[in-house]
Design a protein around this ligand. Structure first.
Ligand SMILES: [Zn+2]
Length: 384
């Protein structure tokens, strides 16, 4: 059976060097560069092919092309720079070496062939990626903390960062592709989330599932803001929701190792392109995808897709409005299909839902499934 969709750029990258022992010995001789938490996530995605066609951290011509045109130097669409930072002291320590060892917790996991060392253009990068230079933006703040210099070059991986969590839900792009093949899915919709799934998102996922064969529920488990719901709590929410309300043979729950950047539209595009590598043919883009605060317009993340030819993207974005329970429709709805007034609709703000949960109160079942609410109530009372 053929694949659901070609990877971005045509070929799934695999940077894992199977001759690990030799590679580890070689790495021991090289200057070391410690990967930060975000870089560990990027490294893992590079190594497993989730970032195909990238085979390493970006060299300057790709970095510039991404910032200026949302494309790699090859012309392929790409919206987020994937960079490895070092500070002045790091550059001195590397001292012109051809290769460095990349480490996680002092353990080498791979090497980088140093093709280029170039200076990061913080202001241009912040404006291009986040559309602001305001340090209150978590992505801009992270950029400010990063080193002044960037190492670009090919990665050779002989290990991945170790994870103690979600082992049964960790799948590389090759593995999700194999899982889709096994299930006979030809058309698969990907859903990115960093939140528990409430009725509104359940409705959107199921609307999408009506027109394809399978759903990849792909929650992001890399670094997020402190006030986001922790990944282990979210995973419990997804499990009880899927057990109770989704047909088992239509959904694959798998974790997405990326870190959040909160780059709104640019990150929505990035999220779609990398899901193509995982084998998704369709990708759900909701309102305020990957947004934070009021930095982006509600539908900016949907509009950015219109700037590209569908063939350049490959994956098909599915745009959704916000969903709610309507008492008069007697069902879930969106402004697209429901003619009623706000008074007829159950609309609870995220703040209100959190407040109810914190008080040990289940939100109405039309807003959150009781099983999901109970997981969140328990998590909040454990934390206090
Ligand atoms: Zn209605």
């Amino acid at each position: 059976m053929t694949e659901t969709i070609e990877p971005h750029g045509g070929q799934l990258v695999d940077l894992l060097d199977r001759d690990a022992e030799r590679a580890v010995d070689e790495a021991a001789q090289l200057p070391k560069v410690a990967l930060g938490r975000r870089e560990q996530a990027d490294y893992e995605m590079l190594a497993t092919g989730a970032m195909s066609p990238l085979a390493g951290f970006m060299v300057e011509k790709d970095y510039r092309a991404v910032l200026d045109e949302m494309r790699l130097a090859s012309g392929l669409v790409w919206s987020i720079p994937i960079t490895l930072s070092v500070n002045d002291e790091g550059v001195k320590r590397i001292g012109g070496a051809d290769a460095v060892a990349l480490t996680v917790d002092d353990r080498p996991v791979g090497t980088l062939d140093v093709e280029e060392v170039y200076r990061r253009d913080r202001e241009v990068e912040a404006r291009a990626v986040f559309q602001t230079t305001d340090r209150k933006h978590p992505g801009v703040a992270a950029l400010e903390r990063s080193g002044d210099w960037v190492l670009g070059g090919r990665v050779r991986a002989f290990g991945l960062p170790r994870h103690d969590t979600f082992a049964e839900h960790r799948r590389t792009p090759a593995e999700t592709r194999a899982a889709f093949r096994e299930r006979g899915w030809r058309r698969v919709v990907g859903f990115q989330t960093r939140n528990p799934v409430h009725r509104a998102h359940e409705y959107i996922q199921k609307c999408a599932l009506e027109i394809v064969d399978g759903l990849l529920l792909h929650p992001l488990v890399g670094e997020t803001k402190e006030d986001d719901v922790p990944a282990d709590v979210r995973m419990r929410c997804y499990t009880v929701l899927l057990d109770g309300y989704y047909p088992k043979d239509r959904v694959l729950l798998s974790v997405f190792p990326a870190a959040m950047r909160y780059a709104g539209p640019k990150e929505a595009l990035f999220h779609a392109l990398v899901r193509k590598n995982y084998g998704c043919t369709h990708f759900i883009v909701g309102r305020d995808h990957a947004g934070v605060g009021t930095f982006y317009g509600t539908f900016d993340a949907q509009k950015i897709f219109e700037r590209f030819d569908p063939e350049d993207l490959g994956i098909t974005p599915l745009m959704f409005e916000h969903a709610f329970w309507c008492h008069r429709c007697e069902g879930m709805a969106t402004p697209k299909i429901c003619p009623h007034r706000d008074e007829d609709r159950l609309i609870l703000s995220g703040t209100k839902v959190r407040e109810m949960l914190r008080n040990g109160e289940r939100p109405p079942p039309e807003s959150s499934r009781p099983e999901v609410a109970d997981v969140l109530i328990r998590a909040m009372s454990d934390r206090d």
